[in-house]
Each structure stands twice: as structure tokens, then as C-alpha cells.
Design a protein around this ligand. Structure first.
Ligand SMILES: [Zn+2]
Length: 270
């Protein structure tokens, strides 16, 4: 893999795209995907991503104006065509990330890539009157956390009728983490409401007995109606770079540290 990352030119309002792609390829398990048992790509998106990955893995990157930039532009166009139900706006970097992973997952070669990211979220509805519990686990690619860094939320379902005792407003909904994958993608949901909120987050954290370390931090500057995405990520021999579209700068501080305008984190198992 190339020690110094390469930037992607912004062909028009795609800073969220460039940023999320840089974050995704900062994850070593993505770069090692797929294994030898996998098939050839069966989709356009898979084909483009495969060529991009092989360029990164071989370290043969031909600069920001070259093939890599063309590939990224092509991937953006392919995903936009495929994702007619998605509205790609500045705020939708997280949504775009989900779109990329879900599309890759439909490809023969990249099928299963979503498992690297999947978190199991346990949702429980419990009745305070009869103690009846309904629970389900759903798979999510992104872990939405509050400014307390917790996914756990408890809320009283005021209009909900208990399936067992049929009383209204006695049930409480609780969400918690059931399982996590190789890669943890965290989205600070309070940043949606208040971009200026200061969140103290660790660059290494333990979740379900697994220790994760930040490999990419997604920055968003500006307000809710607009703004700009860029990313700081670990590459090559562990050095941290800030990548802002085509511009790549080594960080003065060698390790990841906290920044005010971070809205998402990519963490990998240590
Ligand atoms: Zn009940």
C-alpha cells in the first residue's frame, strides 16, 4: 500500500463522496477484501472498486489527475445512477457510505463486505405493568450515538398499547449494542441538530470487549444547510494525513487526536 495517500479531485459537489471513500479505504480489512475464494466482480460498481483497491494495494497510484481520479469519478457516477432513491446532499455522507457498502454487497466479489461493518442493535420494548418484553436485533452499518457516546436510549412509548396487558403508555423502548464487527462506524447524531456541539470522544475505545482504534475521522465544516467534508486518516506506516479532496497534508501530530468538527469516526479492531 502507498505510504502517502492520494487525493481525489472534486468534480463538483462530491466532497462527501471523496471523504467517505477515503475513510473506507483507511480500514485494513477492506483493503484485504476479498479473499481468494471470491468470484470476479459482477457489477460496474464492484469492477470499479476492485481496480481502485488493486491500485491502492500495489502502491501504484498515478496521481490526482490520473487513473485513480477517473475511477473515483466513475464510481460516483455509477452510484448516483444506481441510487435514484437517494438524494446526495452535503449532509448525506453517512447515507452515501451505506449506499456504497450495500451496492458492493450485491456484487459477487464483494458480497459479505457489509459484515465487516455490521453492528447488531438490540431493540427491546418492555411493559412496566406486566413485564412483557418484545425484542429484536437489527443490523446497522452505522452506529448512531449521542453526545454521551452511548447508543443506549430509553424512551416511554406514550401511545403504544402493550400486546399482553393492553394498557396504553406502559411500555418503554430501549436500544443497545448487541454485537459489533471488525469496523465500527460511529455517527454523532447530535451534530445533526447542533453542528457547534462539542463532543469529547476517545480515539481508542472498547466496545463489547473489543478494542477499536480510530483510523479515520470525518470532518464537516459549515452549517446544516451546506458546508464541506474532509477527512483525517491513518495510512501506510500509521502516519495520519488530512485529505481534503485532492489536497493531502501530513498531520503535525503523528497520532489521531480530537477535533471539534468531527461528525463521524471509523474505528478498526486493534
Ligand atoms: Zn403489559
Amino acid at each position: 500500500m502507498a505510504d502517502v495517500p492520494f487525493g481525489f479531485i472534486n468534480s463538483g459537489g462530491i466532497c462527501y463522496f471523496n471523504t467517505m471513500l477515503q475513510a473506507v479505504i483507511s480500514c485494513p480489512t477492506v483493503l484485504r477484501f476479498p479473499t481468494a475464494i471470491n468470484d470476479q466482480p459482477s457489477t460496474q460498481v464492484g469492477m470499479t472498486f476492485k481496480v481502485l483497491l488493486s491500485m491502492i494495494n500495489s502502491g501504484k497510484i498515478d496521481g490526482i489527475q490520473g487513473l485513480s481520479a477517473q475511477l473515483v469519478g466513475a464510481l460516483a457516477a455509477q452510484l448516483k445512477t444506481k441510487g435514484s432513491t437517494y438524494i446526495f446532499q452535503q449532509e448525506d455522507a453517512g447515507e452515501f457510505f451505506g449506499h456504497l457498502i450495500n451496492e458492493l454487497d450485491t456484487d459477487n466479489m464483494f458480497h459479505g463486505i457489509s459484515r465487516l461493518f455490521n453492528c447488531g442493535i438490540l431493540t427491546e420494548v418492555k411493559c412496566s405493568n406486566c413485564s412483557f418484553v418484545i425484542s429484536k436485533v437489527s443490523s446497522e452499518l452505522i452506529l448512531f450515538v449521542g453526545s454521551n457516546l452511548k447508543v443506549e436510549e430509553t424512551s416511554v412509548l406514550t401511545d403504544y398499547t402493550c400486546d399482553n396487558c393492553h394498557l396504553i403508555g406502559t411500555c418503554t423502548l430501549t436500544k443497545s449494542i448487541d454485537s459489533t464487527g471488525d469496523i465500527l462506524v460511529i455517527h454523532f447524531r447530535d451534530k445533526y441538530i447542533n453542528p457547534d456541539i462539542v463532543i469529547n470522544y476517545p480515539v481508542e475505545l472498547q466496545c463489547k470487549d473489543i478494542i477499536y482504534k480510530v483510523v479515520a475521522q470525518v470532518h464537516h465544516s459549515g452549517g446544516l444547510s451546506g458546508g464541506h467534508y474532509y477527512v483525517s486518516c491513518t495510512r501506510g506506516l500509521g502516519k495520519v494525513y488530512t485529505i481534503d479532496d485532492a489536497h493531502v497534508h501530513p498531520n503535525f501530530v503523528e497520532a489521531h487526536q480530537q477535533y471539534l468538527n468531527v461528525c463521524m469516526l471509523f474505528l478498526c479492531k486493534v
